[in-house]
Ligand binder design. Structure first.
Ligand code: ADP
Length: 272
């Protein structure tokens, strides 16, 4: 609903998709993020990793403009984070009310609210955008299905379709792979690869450090503050990992490569 109420943000395409300077976010006086600064370039693929409670979700919410910083600045394409249609935030699946009575197509259409405008009905081009988005994630055949009847992998693809129908240029995915089986994960990566080819900027939070190293060009390691930010081989070093995870991490002694086992996760797998 807030999409109807706020004016669309300005958008400067010459600016970086995301610039963050000295960001601090607190809940009731407790700092969840402290003095975080980074810049993200267009089409970058970033895995955001860190232990439970390290501030990954808080960072995404701040970037999406759904919570306010205590201090610091966030710029999305050169302007404040609120009101952008170019940024799509996909929350963790357990944060969504799957009993809400809506079809797959309805849920995807909701992402077009701002483009449709207040008190107007969707037009043909809106339905076309929804159809195209569902086709891209291979969910068109289930467009009339209630969202609560979908598997975890299908639900995740519907939310990617929402981001596509919104014509987002930045997509923030909060633990999209947690609990998905291998075929569903592969399907997600196929879609993410296509989005990368379309020069969409993608940030994905994950607990799977090995997957972050294999599938992303950049890793952001956080634990309330930014521990390291760069290519996986520069971030996944013993000192940085120990700084972020401390006792929750075991690094198996098979130098020169690091084998990493973090014990801060996870839900069980579920069917595709
Ligand atoms: P992560 O996504 O890495 O698990 P979060 O961003 O969810 O971390 O949480 C960071 C810190 O902020 C944690 O200490 C958590 O308990 C706290 N926190 C998150 N959301 C809230 C909230 N709505 N109210 C109070 N504290 C919160």
């Amino acid at each position: 609903m807030e999409q109807f109420l706020t004016a669309p943000a300005e958008h400067d395409h010459a600016s970086s998709p995301i610039e963050v300077e000295h960001l601090t976010v607190s809940y009731n006086g407790h700092q969840a993020l402290h003095d975080v600064s980074f810049t993200i370039e267009q089409a970058q693929r970033i895995a955001v990793v860190g232990p439970n409670g390290s501030g990954k979700t808080t960072l995404f919410k701040a970037l999406a403009g759904t919570i306010d910083p205590e201090s610091g600045e966030i710029r999305v394409f050169g302007h404040g984070p609120c009101g952008h249609v170019c940024i799509a935030y996909v929350p963790q699946r357990n944060q969504i009310d799957w009993d809400f009575p809506a079809s797959v197509a309805d849920v995807v259409m909701m992402s077009r609210a701002r483009k449709i405008g207040f008190a107007r009905w969707p037009r043909r081009n809106d339905w076309n955008a929804v159809q195209e988005a569902l086709e891209r994630v291979d969910m068109a055949r289930l467009s009339k299905r209630q969202i609560g009847e979908l598997s975890g992998g299908q639900q995740q693809r519907v939310f990617l379709a929402r981001a596509l129908a919104q014509e987002a240029e930045i997509i923030l995915l909060d633990e999209p792979l947690t609990g998905l089986d291998t075929p569903s994960q592969q399907s997600m990566f196929r879609i993410l690869d296509e989005l990368h080819q379309d020069r969409i900027t993608i940030m994905v939070s994950t607990h799977d450090l090995n997957m972050a190293a294999d599938r992303f060009d950049t890793v952001m390691l956080i634990n309330r503050s930014l521990v390291a930010f760069g290519p996986p081989e520069e971030v996944f070093t013993r000192p940085y990992l120990m700084k972020a995870y401390g006792d929750h991490l075991r690094i198996l002694p098979d130098e020169p490569t690091l084998t990493i086992v973090a014990d801060t996760c996870c839900e069980g797998d579920e069917p595709a």
